[in-house]
Design a protein around this ligand. Structure first.
Ligand SMILES: [Zn+2]
Ligand SMILES: [Zn+2]
Length: 283
């Protein structure tokens, strides 16, 4: 923990000895842009004193030519075996089996098919595509933002995110304001989009994720922003936490800051999942 975050933790009435939340967003080398095996992530989590972790690597899609940053459909079993191996190597740490699943219209039957294949603890539904094959958060595709109207991207993003939440296919919605990653901010008030999205989450009991990866990007903010988070509590939407670790060093990163933000948003409890069953815990 940095001196700065230690200081802010104390300022907000936390002791660094208080328990950290579960880190539910971690990747594996199968997605081709993460380093470190699940066993190494688990060892790091134990070092940090995390109470529980969950893997949620980029899920395969039915047709492997979607992009080059996810496991192949034929690698799903290998992924599950890697997580199983981490469980065997670190029996004192609860390790959950999840996936970060892209919500793309038309992919619903495939998502249901994946859900049947293994004993998942949770699926994180994420939107990285707003139209066609443009993955707007991919640094290699950054130039394509110039071809798009920023407000339209935000509208399309929240429309798709709302449909993801309404689908009931996911326990958690990942990084729910991702278009801010490279600092493309809406130029108008989008409270209405937030409220529609949160209503969809509430109707299906879908949580939203506080994802600290944004702190490591140009936007330098946790996903989601505090405005969205402050609307979530009165909308009866629950939360989870995730570092979105793509390296061993990123495991648990900035979770104290996320706890502080959650408190600012009025939250004292978060959710954990065991075989899709939700449990509420204080943090
Ligand atoms: Zn990734
Ligand atoms: Zn993601």
């Amino acid at each position: 923990m940095s001196i700065k975050s230690l200081h802010s933790v104390r300022l907000n009435g936390y002791s660094p000895l208080m328990s950290l939340p579960a880190d539910y967003h971690m990747h594996t080398p199968l997605c081709r842009h993460a380093k470190g095996e699940p066993t190494e992530y688990a060892a790091r989590a134990l070092e940090l004193g995390l109470p529980e972790i969950g893997f949620s690597d980029h899920s395969p899609v039915e047709h492997d030519d979607q992009d080059d940053w996810r496991m192949l459909a034929c690698e799903l079993k290998e992924y599950v075996a890697k997580v199983e191996h981490a469980r065997e190597a670190h029996p004192s740490l609860p390790i959950r089996l999840g996936l970060e699943v892209d919500f793309i219209p038309g992919h619903e039957p495939w998502i249901k098919e994946m859900a049947r294949r293994h004993n998942w603890d949770y699926f994180i539904g994420s939107v990285h595509y707003v139209s066609g094959k443009w993955d707007f958060d991919n640094p290699k595709r950054l130039a394509e933002w110039a071809e798009h109207d920023v407000d339209e991207v935000w509208t399309d993003y929240f429309t798709r995110l709302t449909n993801a939440a309404a689908s009931g296919l996911f326990q958690i919605i990942g990084h729910p304001d991702l278009p801010k990653k490279f600092n493309h901010r809406p130029t108008r008030d989008i409270t209405g989009l937030y409220l529609n999205f949160l209503a969809a989450c509430e109707s299906t009991g879908t949580c939203i994720e506080l994802n600290t990866a944004g702190l490591r990007k140009d936007c330098a903010e946790i996903y989601p922003n505090i405005e969205l988070l402050k609307l979530a509590k009165p909308a009866n939407v629950q939360i989870t936490f995730g570092s979105d670790a793509h390296t061993t060093q990123e495991v648990g990163m900035n979770l104290e800051d996320a706890m502080i933000l959650a408190h600012e948003g009025g939250f004292k409890e978060c959710c954990r999942f065991n075989c899709l069953e939700k449990n509420v815990v204080r943090f």
